[in-house]
Design a protein around this ligand. Structure first.
Ligand code: XCC
Length: 637
């Protein structure tokens, strides 16, 4: 059954299911990509403008045809505006997630929501201390109320001051650096330029305003606002999501999970939770483990209820609950094709509308739950946080009811799974190091570990699934570079066995020795996409410990199979935080020499962070090692 290789995926489980799909001429994302060929070259280069109805306008970067849109916008303006809009959407998606968590914390604190509780009071106190909120004399619920207010204020603040979470969590040296860059840009453009985010919502709205017909045409200021908005995501909205979820659901701790479609169980009612937010999925997991639901499953002939995750909802529940993960983004259709999924329950982001049609070919109930994600053909069960237990039970019962309609002849679950050691929150990393960054700094300083690379992001159907993720990760650890990361990369690494303790043997001698002495894999799962904020916090802790700016550290980032606008925001806030960031595929900016120059070169002098594009994993690893060596030399280590 299993073909050894396929140009579409590096994952044997995917290859096996794609073979079945091909034999039955089933529709899937790889087929739809083929049908879209050739894709629009203007769109790929970013030189297509649809902002007003006098367009659409396009500019041929090879100089054939007009050099301006109808209004006079140049390729530079179009590309910068389009990029800014991508960052605004991406930041909004992450940050809106953070807002919902803050609202939930507020509801728990005020007693209007009794379905959730504060499970992690030490974390609540740590956040309050960081924000300078006086905890003395306050009950936990009162303190939670203050912290929730501080978080909510970050979204709607109307002052010119930086939002409180960013001001409290971003190292002072980086804030100073950003101030200097503001002054330089102000000199260059003559206009007031800001980089520290004032209000999370405001910075996104600012982009929508300044990219409206007839507004900002200057690539420099458009890029500055792109960075500001993205910083509002990384050090604001996403950070709020991560921190407050830790209060409500627990800070992740190290545990071992299974990864890939083999986590589905042919004899059980299988529920897959997919999307990004743990608020509902935490409840589904708890209910699925209850004796009551397992009895109900037995009554229809199953052995019990089994929950598995997909994408970042999967990452959230594997980090905190040890739930197995069925796969990353390109596995979402394949999971249904196993014929063994009773319910695919989704919240927000990265959910293909195609899942509704595909589910209808099986007994699978495709259940949408967010008013922001309604999909024709899906069963919508509206989630309400104040009735979370009740709604989660309705969902689990839907899955149980579907079980008797499963067609055994259609069931094929590829058995490939790997074990992965996951749960590396900053707190856990520090605990593994004995409570301080000192041992990590020491092994970096003496060259045992050369540096750290954070890898993030998605699958992209234009890139062979997981191939870049796996190969880049292997090449980096071989070069004694510790790899940390989140999102669909983390699931790719888990599926490939790279988060296994046995993967220590794939690392260079130095990294291998360190991992063996600490009992950790050389590749650390730090969570979901919003948990990229954990990487910022870790980078900040290392920088502060050493008394340098983040940009001086031997660190780099990569998004090797990126797809979404959220990845634009992540890449931008990494760069604005001082990190060199690799991207593949190329972002839609190459149609503008000015924007490309600013982001790949100009940014380096100003921010320390910059983007580079590279198609080959080995060349990427070499370039990252060179960057790390350069930083080490500058630090004198
Ligand atoms: Fe989505 Fe987060 Fe990308 Fe995966 S990694 S495709 S955004 S699920 Ni963030």
């Amino acid at each position: 059954m299993v073909l050894k290789s396929d140009h579409r995926s590096a994952d044997p489980a995917a290859i096996a299911l794609l073979k079945i799909a091909d034999q039955n001429d089933m529709d899937h994302i790889w087929q739809r990509l083929e049908k879209q060929q050739p894709q629009c070259g203007y769109g790929q280069l970013g030189t297509c403008c649809r902002i007003c109805t006098q367009g659409p306008c396009r500019i041929d970067p090879l100089g054939e045809g007009p050099t301006q849109g109808v209004c006079g916008a140049t390729a530079d303006t179009m590309v910068a505006r389009n990029l800014a809009r991508m960052a605004a959407v991406g930041s909004s998606a992450h940050s809106d997630h953070g807002r919902k968590v803050a609202l939930l914390l507020k509801a728990v604190a005020s007693g209007t929501n009794r379905d959730y509780t504060l499970v992690n009071e030490p974390k609540l106190q740590a956040i309050a201390a960081k924000l300078g909120i006086e905890a003395e004399g306050l009950s936990s619920l009162q303190l939670a109320d203050r912290v929730a207010d501080a978080a909510l204020d970050c979204f709607g603040s109307q002052t010119e001051e930086p939002v409180s979470f960013a001001a409290a969590y971003m190292p002072q040296r980086r804030q100073q650096q950003l101030k200097q860059v503001e002054a330089t840009l102000q000199q260059a453009t003559g206009a007031r330029v800001g980089l520290m985010p004032r209000g999370i919502d405001r910075e996104a709205v600012d982009i929508l305003h300044r990219t409206h017909f007839g507004c900002d045409a200057e690539p420099l200021s458009l890029i500055a606002q792109t960075l500001r908005c993205s910083l509002g995501d990384g050090w604001g909205g996403s950070l709020i999501a991560t921190e407050l979820q830790d209060v409500l659901f627990g800070t992740p701790t190290v545990r071992t999970i299974k990864a890939n479609l083999g986590v589905l169980d042919a004899e059980m009612v299988n529920i897959i939770v997919h999307g990004h937010e743990p608020v509902l999925s935490e409840k589904v997991v708890a209910l699925a483990r209850s004796p009551q639901m397992n009895e109900a499953a037995k009554a229809v002939g199953a052995k019990g209820v089994n929950v598995a995750g997909l994408c970042c909802t999967g990452n959230e529940i594997l980090m905190r609950q040890g739930v197995g993960v069925a796969g990353n983004m390109l596995h979402s259709e394949l999971a249904i094709m196993t014929g063994a999924v009773e319910a695919l329950v989704v919240d927000v982001q990265c959910i293909f509308p195609s899942l509704a049609d595909l589910a209808s070919c099986y007994h699978t109930r495709f259940i949408t739950t967010s008013e922001q994600v309604t999909i024709p053909g899906a069963l919508h069960i509206q989630f309400e946080e104040q009735h979370a237990d009740q709604i989660a039970e309705r969902i689990v019962r839907q899955a149980i009811e579907a079980f008797p309609r499963r067609n055994a002849a259609k069931v094929y679950i590829p058995q490939e799974t790997a074990e992965a050691v996951v749960g590396f929150s900053v707190e856990q990393i520090l605990a593994a190091l004995g409570g301080t960054p000192a041992p990590l700094v020491e092994v970096i300083a003496n060259g045992t570990i050369k540096g750290v690379v954070g890898i993030v992001g998605c699958n992209n159907v234009k890139v062979k699934q997981d191939q870049f993720h796996q190969q880049l990760t292997r090449e980096l650890i071989k070069r004694d570079i510790l790899v940390i990361g989140t999102g669909c990369w983390a699931i790719a690494a888990a599926k490939a066995g790279l988060m296994n303790l046995e993967a220590q043997d794939l690392a260079g001698d130095g990294l291998q020795a360190v991992c063996k002495s600490l009992g950790i894999p050389p590749v650390l799962h730090m969570g979901s996409c919003v948990d990229c904020s954990r990487m910022l916090v870790l980078a900040g802790a290392l920088a502060d410990y050493l008394g340098v700016d983040i940009s001086a550290l031997p660190l780099a980032g990569s998004a090797p199979e990126w797809t979404t606008e959220k990845a634009v925001a992540i890449g931008s806030y990494f760069v604005a935080s001082g990190l060199p960031v690799h991207l593949w595929p190329a972002p839609p900016i190459l149609g503008s020499p000015a924007v490309t120059q600013i982001l790949t070169e100009g940014a380096k002098d100003l921010l320390g962070g910059y983007f580079f594009v590279e198609e080959d994993p080995v060349a990427t690893a070499d370039r990252m090692l060179a960057i790390i060596q350069e930083k080490r030399a500058a630090l004198g280590i």
